[in-house]
Ligand binder design. Structure first.
Ligand code: ZN
Length: 399
């Protein structure tokens, strides 16, 4: 996001201020640094005020960006070796790219002007993106209803075929205008004027008439820190996004065998069903886990049980048993060992701290719990030693 800028110096170099609709021009190369070409005049607008730098061609070589270097402008080219200082070259703008941003920038003036005049809302910063025009405002809320009202007003300005003109004046005289932002530069300035909508000192490029913007569409907002950022699309991007939404909604209707009116209810019912099913799956999984574990433990007549359950799809958290045995379960999960110790009623008096010390030290076992369940993680390397210790711990003490 960038602040709107009012710095402007009209000179022979900046031909885009003299005629912003000029698509081609001849110029002489004054300097070459790395892949940067400096010319005696240019129609390429350098990035600034939220508007990207122009692209196009110098002769047949691609210009990938245009940037400012104080009062100088340089053109970043793909193959600088083709040029020498003093060359007389042909500059050709990527007009679609430039014209799109002229429309977007003009749309921004309309929206910011309306926000100021009709809603008493100020623009803090703007961004002209490949798809979206984003305007950050000095408010932490702007209702959906107001957004639509703003959109309608903006489209009305487009339909009104309002001319966008310029007033070149001194700072002193400019201060008498009713502008939505004070002037920061101290020289001759250019005020862009959209009759009755916006009047502001601006160094960007605009279309001649509001009708060229074609259409403005409000598509949403984002909240950044304390501010609202309103997001818009303009010109042919409006029908593009409309068609995208339309295609998506029709696909959803087909998928759900629903009409446009019943789509929301259909989707809501599906979501509720999904939540219900997930609950059922969870409870079935738990039931299944306890069935497997109980069967596994009861198939062994011993009171001290150790089992590797890696081959079963079991989560220790699902285990809920009441068996009077001392049980040590473990499994391999992503190269890690997960362990689970359960002590039945008769083992109440054994010290879990001692068991932990004797058994888990071999596997570097970490974890915890409270009687009768303890669980955690460790490494697999010395699991046999842990198993032997667990059995050995109860040896001779078992009743
Ligand atoms: Zn402007």
């Amino acid at each position: 996001m960038e602040k709107e800028k009012d710095e402007i110096m009209i000179n022979n170099l900046k031909q885009y201020y003299i005629d912003s609709y000029k698509k081609e021009i001849n110029a002489t190369i004054l300097d070459i640094k790395e892949n940067k070409i400096y010319l005696d005049k240019t129609i390429f607008y350098p990035e600034g005020g939220g508007q990207p730098g122009d692209i196009g061609f110098i002769n047949s070589t691609k210009v990938v960006d245009t940037q400012k270097d104080n009062d100088k402008i340089y053109h970043l080219v793909e193959d600088v070796k083709k040029f020498n200082i003093g060359d007389y070259v042909l500059l050709k703008l990527d007009w679609n790219h430039r014209y799109y941003y002229m429309k977007m920038h003009s749309a921004q003036h309309i929206i910011s002007g309306l926000l100021y005049n009709k809603f008493n809302v100020r623009t803090i910063s703007t961004h002209q993106g490949e798809l979206n025009l984003t305007i950050e405002i000095d408010q932490n809320h702007f209702s959906q209803e107001d957004c639509y009202k703003l959109e309608d007003l903006a489209n009305k300005v487009i339909l009104d075929n309002k001319d966008i003109s310029y007033i070149e004046t001194t700072k002193e005289k400019a201060e008498l205008f009713n502008m939505r932002r004070s002037i920061k530069v101290d020289k001759m300035i250019r005020i862009v004027d959209i009759n009755g909508i916006d009047q502001i000192a601006c160094g960007g490029l605009h279309v001649k008439n509001t009708k060229e913007i074609e259409k403005i569409m409000y598509i949403g907002f984002e909240k950044i820190r304390k501010h609202y950022r309103l997001i818009f699309r303009i010109a042919d991007q409006v029908s593009k996004i409309y068609r995208e939404y339309d295609r998506l909604i029709k696909q959803l209707c087909t998928l759900h065998s629903a009409t446009l009116d019943s789509l929301y209810d259909c989707d809501k019912a599906l979501l509720e069903k999904k939540i219900e099913l997930e609950k059922d799956i969870k409870s079935l999984k738990k039931e299944n886990t306890n069935y497997i574990i109980t069967k596994l433990i009861n198939s062994d007549t011993k009171n001290i049980i150790v089992k590797d359950i890696s081959s079963y799809n079991i989560d220790f958290k699902d285990i809920d048993i009441d068996i009077d045995k001392a049980i040590f379960l473990y499994k391999k999960e992503n190269d890690l060992l997960k362990w689970y110790i359960y002590l039945g009623k008769s083992f109440e008096n054994y010290s879990i701290n001692d068991i932990r010390k004797d058994v888990l030290s071999h596997i570097d076992g970490k974890g915890g719990g409270k009687f009768p369940v303890f669980q955690g993680k460790g490494n697999f390397e010395n699991i046999e030693k842990s198993v032997a210790s667990f059995i050995g711990y109860f040896d001779g003490r078992e009743e």
